[in-house]
Write a protein that binds this ligand. Structure first.
Ligand code: UDP
Ligand code: MG
Length: 327
């Protein structure tokens, strides 16, 4: 088998402190993989400058002259981690057979890349990098980050536990992924939807080499919210469940009001008021839930996601066969 071309895709936002430290780690890793004859010499490290306000882009331009392994693209403005990553992956897809996305801060152990490439050579199309434990994180970050995964799963957004955006994707997966036209991106939840054979490799997460995290609690919460609302319509479904519950409670409330008023324990007008309030509360929430169901359906429709993806056929593609025969 021909050796695959690997593109390591690295989004960078205001990373002038880290980049000079970590760039050599990436370079050494890609050289090592080339020397081990796991990947082709055409493999590259692709930096995506996500509209940085510091010298990140100047650094990328400079190092791309130092070694041909380094390449860079720059976005016209800051679009956020997920968009920067997709920009890089879609650019890499043209040349690469496999991509590995990783942060540029050196937190994710690059040695896991060997295992990732091995897993690809064994036939996996997606390899998730999963953090073993979070000993280097503060208790607070650990608690919030792990809570994040639990809540996501609870609300119907399937994500791989403790997996961030360190993963290997094959060209095949990227091509199918490009059919997902949605603008609100939450890669961790979307990639499992693409399917194909996948596996996980485990690594220890280190501390940031330098600089500061761009994911404080506020951004983490908004990422979680983004993930839930763009992957799942479960919150909308909760309204209808709440509606049913409130209706049942209201029903009991109505009976209670009527009984109390017959027993003469109440003042005039109380029972009728309670009955109306209970009735309206139940009806309104139930109706909202029904409308919500439709909105949920509309929401899923407008995403125009592919309905299915074929992974294998027992026959060869005509055009591809011809091309193979010719070339
Ligand atoms: N990043 C980006 N655009 C942004 C914010 C972050 O491209 O708007 C990049 C950043 O340079 C880094 C990665 O996304 O390579 C992860 O960010 P960070 O390390 O700050 O997050 P944490 O690891 O603390 O969750
Ligand atoms: Mg980081």
């Amino acid at each position: 088998m021909e050796k695959p071309t690997l593109y390591i895709v690295i989004p960078c936002y205001n990373e002038q402190e880290v980049l000079p430290i970590t760039k050599d780690l990436f370079l050494n890793k890609i050289k090592e993989l080339v020397n081990l004859e796991k990947i082709s010499v055409d493999s590259r490290i692709l930096f995506v400058n996500d509209g940085s306000k510091d010298n990140t882009w100047e650094i990328i331009q400079k190092i791309s002259k130092e070694s041909e392994y380094f390449k860079g693209i720059s976005l016209s403005r800051n679009r956020g981690h997920q968009n920067a990553l997709v920009a890089g992956l879609m650019t890499a897809k043209e040349k690469a057979d496999i991509t590995i996305s990783i942060d540029c801060d050196g937190q994710d152990d690059i040695n896991a890349m060997n295992e990732m490439v091995d897993a690809y050579l064994d036939g996996c199309e997606v390899v998730y990098g999963v953090r073993k434990k979070r000993t280097t994180d503060t208790a607070f970050k650990r608690f919030t980050a792990e809570g994040f995964y639990h809540i996501m799963n609870l609300l119907g957004a399937e994500v791989v536990f403790n997996h961030a955006d360190y993963r290997l994707l094959s060209k095949r997966v990227l091509e199918e992924f490009s059919e997902f036209k949605e603008v609100n991106l939450f890669l961790r939840g979307l990639i499992p939807l693409v399917g194909f054979k996948s596996t996980s490799v485990y690594y220890d997460r280190a501390e940031r080499a330098a600089g500061e995290s761009h994911y404080p609690l506020k951004k983490m919460l908004s990422l979680a919210f983004e993930g839930i609302t763009s992957l799942s319509v479960k919150p909308i479904k909760l309204i209808i469940e709440l509606g049913v519950l409130i209706s049942m409670i209201s029903f009991i409330g109505v009976i209670w009001a009527v009984v109390s008023s017959i027993q003469g324990k109440t003042i005039v007008g109380w029972a009728s008021t309670v009955c109306i309030v209970c009735f309206m509360g139940g009806v309104q929430l139930l109706s909202l839930g029904v409308i919500g169901e439709y909105i949920g359906k509309i929401y899923m429709e407008v995403k125009q996601r592919p309905r299915y993806i074929i992974s294998e056929k027992t026959w060869a593609d005509e055009r591809k066969k011809e091309k193979d025969e010719r070339g």
